[in-house]
Design a protein around this ligand. Structure first.
Ligand code: AMP
Length: 148
């Protein structure tokens, strides 16, 4: 059976979604990313999801353009046209969207409410776990150990 985004989020068991405001500096966002050991932060205004800022944005929009992270606000550089998924999407949908769009993060939104984020690492782990389950079931079947 294919794993859903809802199941991925449940397994991650994240207590709090890591977010920054558009007014915060890039330096603050990077500090938070380092502290929490994550590669992207979601940008929110109140409860509203307004963007994403990832390590790739830092490399290309700050370092390469000669900007300083202390004097630049997240809101100036974040990606605003977000693609999101809902909890009922499957891991296959996630992989497809990430591959088609060449990014590694997908915010999860349900009825306008931010529920979390799924990364390419989460998706790869889920697919590997799924395959391991399938191999186990098939091995049991082949060796006649299945109970049904
Ligand atoms: P990433 O590979 O996730 O580091 O992102 C590559 C680029 O795509 C960066 O400019 C990100 O801001 C942007 N990006 C990442 N995730 C999303 C998303 N879900 N929707 C739109 N853009 C995104």
């Amino acid at each position: 059976m294919t794993t859903t985004v809802r199941q991925i989020l449940q397994k991650k068991n994240i207590q709090k979604i890591i977010t920054v405001s558009p007014e915060q500096s890039i330096l603050e966002a990077l500090g938070l990313m380092a502290e929490k050991d994550i590669s992207a932060v979601l940008v929110t205004e109140g409860e509203r999801l307004v963007g994403i800022f990832t390590e790739r944005d830092y490399a290309r929009k700050v370092v390469l353009k000669g900007r300083t992270s202390k004097d630049t606000k997240v809101g100036e550089l974040m990606t605003q046209n977000l693609l999101t998924v809902s909890p009922s999407h499957t891991v296959d949908d996630v992989m497809q969207i990430m591959t088609d769009n060449r990014f590694r993060h997908l915010p999860v939104v349900e009825k306008g409410v931010l529920m979390g984020i799924v990364t390419i690492g989460d998706a790869v782990k889920t697919v590997i776990d799924q395959q391991a389950e399938t191999i186990k079931a098939l091995s049991g079947y082949i060796s006649g150990e299945m109970s049904i």
